[in-house]
Ligand binder design. Structure first.
Ligand code: AMP
Ligand code: MG
Length: 397
């Protein structure tokens, strides 16, 4: 199998998961518990939005044809009220942002452009009909779909649900994600490792990433580097909707994960991707469940989850789309790397988000260095030298 590059591998994940996935079960949650969940139904506007012509400014409601002119102020209207009368020729009503535009008026002039005094207002400039007015129904007509099923609800989605009267929200159940760390050297966090052992950090960093991506993590016991024990733990993993295995996918003598997965009749979509960290990345399907074998170095596990497995998880969770934000920033230092692999390296994005600086580290096991970064810079496989000030892509942490 020819190794795929970064974009090909990501496209592969998205394509096969889209084709194979079903519709997740639905549950109902309270509005204020719905952020981060995936909406399970289309939501329509329950009335015109705005429900009437509404002022977008503090100022004066006028008849555009009267301007420029000196107008009689016949009253005021504020948000939460309706003006009882109507604006006739030569008249204006003082109006606040969000208040209904009185009958007879067809424009609002913002207060900064007016000269009020003695019950009158002078306006020296002309006005266009409809200016500074949000017309009834302009944001959404009654019955119009304003949010689609499959939308991951962020704070804007929560605002829409609130605005259209939904205090309870049907959402897709979170996919369960089994997480298995592998390795004879791995001990649980509570244990005191001998100097030749290390504590399991991957299961926990993955659980945090899974939860952030909308999944429900289930950490299984560490699988030892034998076919028998790994098979036993992996078979439990297939009870979940998605299976993540860390470590044991390199070419070493004790890397048994692929052999074990093959023993479950797995179909493999790829075994290797041209990224670093994370080259020996395995993606496949067995027992109707997708799995990822993520290389065990902590940064490999983190990066490959973020750029490949998260897409699978989001789609399995019912999201219509999955996006990977990789904005551009300017390098503060020259940066070189060997071409051929897309590289993800810890970096610090400046407070204004415009500049990025690589963070010194001692390789993909250097967890303390990863904590000092707030991003990864993403060096293109065909771009070996970046000059100071050159644009480079960044993956937010
Ligand atoms: P592997 O992919 O199994 O060859 O592991 C690569 C490196 O990652 C080794 O140095 C492991 O000790 C380390 N590693 C593997 N699994 C974990 C884990 N669960 N937590 C922290 N480090 C790990
Ligand atoms: Mg290992």
């Amino acid at each position: 199998m020819v190794p795929l590059d970064f974009s090909e591998a990501r496209a592969k994940v998205i394509d096969v998961v889209r084709l194979a996935r079903g519709v997740p079960p639905v549950e109902e949650v309270a509005l204020d518990a719905a952020a981060g969940r995936v909406l399970a139904v289309d939501v329509a506007a329950d009335r015109d939005s705005p429900a009437l012509d509404r002022s977008a400014r503090d100022g004066y409601a006028v008849r555009a044809a009267d301007l420029p002119g000196d107008l009689e102020v016949i009253g005021e209207v504020r948000a939460g009220q309706r003006f009882a009368g109507a604006v006739g020729p030569g008249q204006a009503v003082e109006i606040m942002t969000g208040a209904p535009v009185p009958e007879g008026a067809d424009a609002v002039v913002m207060v900064e452009d007016t000269h009020p005094g003695n019950g009158r207002v002078r306006i020296d400039r002309g006005a266009q009909p409809a200016q500074a007015i949000n017309p009834r129904g302009s944001e959404g007509a009654a019955g119009e779909i304003v949010l689609r099923a499959g939308t991951r609800l962020d704070y804007t989605g929560i605002a829409a649900l609130a605005a259209f009267g939904h205090s309870r929200v049907p959402v897709y159940r979170r996919p369960t994600v089994a997480i298995i760390a592998t390795g004879d050297e791995i001990v649980e966090v509570e244990e005191t490792p001998a100097d030749f052992q290390i504590r399991d950090s991957n299961a926990h960093s993955l659980a945090a990433q899974v939860a952030r991506a909308g999944g429900a993590p289930v950490i299984l016991p560490v699988a030892r580097d034998t076919v028998e024990h790994t098979r036993q733990i992996v078979s439990r993993g297939f009870e979940a909707d998605l299976l993540l295995i860390s470590g044991g996918v390199s070419a070493g003598k004790y890397d048994v994960v692929e052999e074990v997965l093959a023993g479950f009749g797995a179909e493999f979509y790829f075994h290797r991707v041209l990224v670093q960290p994370g080259q020996p990345l395995v993606f496949g399907r067995a027992r109707a469940k997708f799995f990822f074998g993520l290389p065990g170095n902590p940064s490999s596990t983190m990066v490959t989850f973020e750029v490949f497995a998260r897409a699978a998880l989001e789609l399995l969770g019912g999201q219509t789309e999955t996006a990977l934000a990789m904005p551009w920033a300017r390098l503060t230092h020259e940066f070189r790397h060997r071409p051929g692999l897309t590289r993800f390296l810890p970096a610090l994005l400046s407070a204004d988000g415009a500049q990025v600086t690589p963070v010194a580290w001692h390789g993909s096991g250097d967890i303390p260095a990863l904590t000092r970064a707030n991003a990864f810079l993403v060096a293109g496989s065909d771009h070996p030298v970046y000059a100071t000030g050159e644009w480079i892509r960044v993956l937010l942490k």
